[in-house]
Design a binder for this molecule. Structure first.
Ligand SMILES: [Zn+2]
Length: 424
């Protein structure tokens, strides 16, 4: 009844991989939780990329409300590119202070709209203690100083806040997060912090984010990352061990396990930059691209000719259109499914004037020409990128949309969701 709540997000985990691992018991902790809970498949938001989806998971809002449009986008007011990086590791590789500041500080302090309320803000306002481990979208009510002075400025996060060793609200003895990314050091860091938090009964709500699976799946493809999933499973297992076993754990905690988006295999790379004139700004990464232009219809028509573009979306005045299969359709706000997701992406004031969703197997090269051809990727409107596993242990029905997770967390504590999430 007065159970606490843990939200586990395994980045990039597809329903197929999750269901297989449960069936074959190759992820024993997830399988045990599955046996104790209610499971379904849910839909992600669009573009199905981590910063966009994590903002949706943290706020219950879609991009039209929360304002995060893509991994990389053009900031119209500041007249500059914003690049979050596919992961903390990629961001470090990119190496600029600007990128680090955008991904860690600016996304939460400025890019995330004040119209959206995070689950941390709502719960702390109600007097509860929230905790986040490595969660990219963390905005909260408590000011935290970085552990490395001068790298980034102080940020506002949940009361108990752990972010890739860079912010640590408490001394836990956890090893440094960013040592060997491919070896799963980030999830190992999460496990050490999680163990500490559960042992001390240190929260009412914990957002436990495990990014290593997505990283492995990008490199090896969605079917080839079993070893990484085993490590994510162990990171969840660490919480259960700290509580003294599964029965004691479930007596103390309700649990939600899900991912932020899916992944699909990619074997071909396309440069959207080659299809538009130099005066239009292209921001592309993974399986979604955006173009900032004064001539959206003209640019959209040209992009629709690109072999590899599945759906090309654009706005013209108050109307939104999709070019698909050689035809043009006005997007209908009363339609569910891909049209609703496309409209919410276009309605984001930070989005490009044109948005492109890739066909199966294709990835759009980013500004540095990076891609994951031969591995896995995501970002498109297609099912494989958009479908996620959704497991709830402890009462509530699994939401059918990742935007339903934050309202579920609030309802767990008897708190009303923000108006934008109630209307949905
Ligand atoms: Zn990814």
């Amino acid at each position: 009844m007065s159970r606490k709540l843990i939200l586990v997000v395994i980045d990039g985990l597809t329903p197929e991989v999750f269901e297989h691992a449960v069936e074959r018991r190759t992820a024993p902790t997830l399988a045990a939780l599955h046996d104790a809970g209610t499971y379904g498949r849910a839909l992600s938001t669009f573009p199905s990329l981590t910063p966009v989806c994590m903002a949706t998971l943290a706020t219950g809002a879609h991009p039209d409300v929360h304002g995060i449009p893509h991994l990389v986008w053009y900031h119209r007011r500041e007249q500059r590119l914003v690049e979050y990086g596919s992961s903390f590791g990629a961001m470090r590789a990119a190496g600029t202070r600007r990128t680090i500041r955008d991904a860690i500080v600016e996304m939460n302090a400025h890019h995330l709209s004040r119209d959206a309320v995070t689950v941390f803000e709502s719960l702390e306002d109600a007097g509860l203690t929230t905790a986040a481990v490595n969660t990219p979208c963390y905005r909260g009510r408590t000011r935290h100083l970085p552990t490395v002075p001068g790298l980034v400025r102080p940020v506002d996060g949940p009361r108990r806040f752990f972010y890739f060793s860079l912010f640590e609200s408490d001394v836990t003895g956890a090893p440094l997060a960013v040592r060997t990314r491919s070896g799963g050091s980030i999830d190992a860091y999460a496990a050490a912090v999680g163990r500490w938090l559960v042992t001390r009964d240190g929260f009412d709500f914990l957002f436990y984010y495990l990014p290593d699976y997505d990283y492995a799946s990008h490199a090896l493809g969605p079917g080839g990352a079993d070893e990484a999933l085993r490590r994510s499973d162990q990171a969840v297992g660490a919480l259960i061990e700290a509580a003294g076993g599964l029965d004691d754990f479930l007596e103390r905690y309700a649990v939600v396990v899900c991912s932020d988006h899916g992944q699909t295999p990619v074997d071909r790379v396309i440069r959207l930059q080659d299809a538009v004139n130099g005066d239009a700004m292209v921001t592309a990464s993974n399986r979604a691209g955006m173009v900032y232009t004064d001539r959206p219809r003209e640019v959209a028509a040209r992009l629709a000719e690109v072999d590899g573009a599945d759906v090309v979306l654009f706005r013209e005045g108050e109307e939104s259109f999709a070019l698909r299969d050689g035809g043009e359709a006005r997007l209908d706000p009363s339609e569910d499914g891909w049209q609703a997701r496309a409209l919410r992406a276009l309605a984001n004031p930070n989005s490009g004037d044109v948005i492109v969703s890739a066909v199966a197997g294709v990835e759009f090269a980013d500004l540095a020409g990076r891609h994951h051809a031969g591995g896995g990727s995501h970002g498109s409107l297609l099912d494989g990128d958009s479908s996620v596993p959704m497991l709830v242990v402890g009462g509530a029905e699994p939401p059918q949309d990742i935007a339903g997770v934050a309202p579920l967390a609030l309802a767990h504590f008897g708190i009303e969701a923000p108006a934008y999430a109630r209307a949905a």
